[in-house]
Write a protein that binds this ligand. Sequence first.
Ligand SMILES: Nc1nc2c(ncn2[C@@H]2O[C@H](COP(=O)(O)OP(=O)(O)OP(=O)(O)O)[C@@H](O)[C@H]2O)c(=O)[nH]1
Ligand SMILES: [Mg+2]
Length: 452
Amino acid sequence: MEDNIVAVSSALGIGAISIIRLSGKEVISIVNSIFKGKDLNKVKSHTINYGYIIDEKKEIVDEVLVSIMKAPKTYTKEDVVEINCHGGIATTNKILEIILTKDIRLAEPGEFTKRAFLNGRIDLTESEAVMDLLESKTEKARKLALNSLQGKTFNMIEGFRYKIKDLLSRIEVNIDYPEYYDIEIVTIDKIKEEVSKMMEELQNIIKESKNTRIIKEGIDTLIIGKPNVGKSSILNRLLDEEKAIVTDIPGTTRDIIEGQVTLNGISLNIIDTAGIRKTKDQVEKIGVEKSLYLIDKADLVIVVLNGNDKLTREDQEILEKTKNKTTIVVINKNDIEEKIEKEKLKNYTLVSTNTNSDAGIKELKEKIIELFNLEQIETKDHYYLTNVRQISKAKEAYQKLIEVEEGIKNNLPIDMVEIDLKNCFDLLGEIIGKTYSDEIIDHLFENFCVGK
Ligand SMILES: Nc1nc2c(ncn2[C@@H]2O[C@H](COP(=O)(O)OP(=O)(O)OP(=O)(O)O)[C@@H](O)[C@H]2O)c(=O)[nH]1
Ligand SMILES: [Mg+2]
């Protein structure tokens, strides 16, 4: 039997109300023993009860509302009590202290949600969605988490697993009872056809899931280029605030400067960097190294060039370094004479700007919207895989389907092919927590906040 746990579920700080949540077999009688009001052991489930919390000397500590929720229709599927007390650290801590003198311990981070999972109320994707919901910064991210919390990711994966299970059972019947006339004969061609459809579907899920990372975390955008081309000016115009220092001295920006704007409901996380050049200045040198290192991590690289200059070898080198990334080349300073050889840049997505007047900034944002399909992301209802763990499991599962396909091609015995199909089924099960190890589960919930 699980022990009793307690935690403050609201943020600790000054607020009108704090919520202390308890879960476990004896939590109702525990709270009843420090409560002055109705006998909580006798009240109906899902009721809110007015009264006072009293200390060991029977002195009133606070005036409270106590919600009684009896198992199994609760967050954890155990008896749950929530005490709404007055906000403020002193009151909340005092009540918590009194509760902890009873047969109860402080909950670990995420332990309420972990119990909800272990007691079978929610699956792993839904547990992860709880955390996403708490962390969501934009409306789009909130909706994504909510969809997942409502079981849409779970249903999608379960639906897919059902298809595999169905195929597996039909293969089994064919192997075990070949003498039955009325069973459907599962030919190799039929398996091949069904597996190829599954591959298409799974690949689509993986592809669509890439957008969910962008919805949750935004597009990491790096502004890069030679010194003095106007990188910081571009950052300031995108943010519409004078965040970075702009001067005509090359090497003004030495460390990275970060800013954030929302584009079509998606967060654009912009980093302005130190201009890239060979330098003996130790501080600037570190900044340059950092700029180059960040290219790898970025979803989008904006290479800024000075339109008033001819392309230099340094510019070419920077373009070369970003060649495997989604890149937009900004030709800045278009208010002064154009000297840059545009014909050398015809393979790039180009935008011409001038930061004195905002010219081209709107076009730059439109290009980003276009490159990342943000209009489509904005209108679509997303409930695909929502984190790296889920996506990597789906990729492993896809790999198994490739092995099934190859097995068929190489005329492997059907029971060998079946093993890969079963592995695929199990890997998809790991996404929703149907097959799980304690270690993974512990690790997963450690990242939660206390009280959730
Ligand atoms: N004429 C003109 N000047 C610009 C434009 N954008 C920036 N500048 C000027 O170019 C100089 C450098 O601008 P910054 O934005 O500091 O350039 P940077 O690329 O961040 O430079 P570093 O931080 O040194 O790498 C400043 O004097 C700006 O006023 C533009 O569109 N037109
Ligand atoms: Mg700068």
